[in-house]
Write a protein that binds this ligand. Structure first.
Ligand SMILES: Nc1ncnc2c1ncn2[C@@H]1O[C@H](COP(=O)(O)OP(=O)(O)OP(=O)(O)O)[C@@H](O)[C@H]1O
Length: 233
């Protein structure tokens, strides 16, 4: 599904350059639930933004569903991103003056799904995240956990092949964080491929694989069983 080879990324700041990703290699198969961990500044969001085609790498290869990304024109890349990738952010990124239902229906509007169908589909996805009774409420009337559920329903309504979540629990208390991760696990159990950026160990432990970034390189990449076994040796 995802393959990256020798990925490099630097940010230019005046005459200086900050080398953030220093040769990243990894593969994600269909149906995986992967945590990308690392301390602040290790390059997690930079990597996720490149995987999400929101930013480009300086060098290296990125292949998504067997298509090499760097060969795509800008228009094709945008179409490809909308078709294959769903995003969830720490700050929810909901539209404040639109109801929960309208927020979830928005990607379907961009996909030119007819109005009635998109309302029905949005309602189905809200129901799936347990928020049908809140469909006509504004984001300001929802709790943080509920907002993140709406954001997840919105991302899933477009039926992406891969869901990319950047610190999805970063703005939530522990109990709500676990509930949101339960939902992410449930979506993964249905066959969706999900990558979660987090700096929280307990959140990473709710994924099936943990990739550890440090100073722009992968220092550890283990299945959760290996991580757990390692804790007891
Ligand atoms: N657009 C940018 N321009 C310049 N420097 C940037 C830019 N984006 C990120 N950086 C720098 O690149 C480094 C890696 O940032 P990144 O956001 O990828 O790290 P992170 O691991 O996600 O950190 P955090 O957990 O704090 O979000 C940091 O030193 C950051 O200041």
């Amino acid at each position: 599904m995802i393959e990256i080879k020798d990925l490099h990324k630097s940010y230019k700041m005046g005459s200086n350059s900050l080398h953030v990703l220093k040769g990243i290699n990894f593969k994600v198969e269909d149906g995986e639930l992967v945590a990308i961990m690392g301390s602040s500044g290790s390059g997690k969001s930079t990597l996720l933004n490149i995987l999400g085609m929101l930013d480009g790498a300086d060098s290296g290869e990125y292949t998504l569903d067997e298509v090499p990304i760097k060969n795509l024109s800008e228009t094709k890349a945008a179409q490809y991103r909308n078709k294959f990738l769903g995003f969830v952010f720490q700050s929810f990124n909901l539209i404040n003056y639109k109801s929960a239902l309208e927020n979830v229906a928005l990607p379907l509007y961009y996909q030119k799904v007819p109005r009635k169908e998109r309302q029905e589909k949005a309602m189905q996805y809200l129901d799936k995240v347990g928020l049908k009774p809140w469909a006509h409420h504004l984001p300001s009337e929802l709790s943080g956990g509920q907002k993140q559920r709406v954001a997840i329903a919105r991302a899933m309504a477009a039926e992406p092949k891969v869901l990319l979540a950047d610190e999805p629990t970063g703005a939530l208390d522990s109990k709500t964080s676990y509930e949101v991760m339960d939902l992410i696990q449930q979506i993964n159990d249905e066959g969706n491929t999900i990558l979660v950026v987090t700096h929280e160990e307990d959140i990473a432990h709710m994924c099936k694989r943990i990739v550890h970034l440090k100073d722009g390189v992968i220092v550890e990449d283990k299945k959760i069983e290996q991580v757990r076994a390692g804790q007891y040796v």
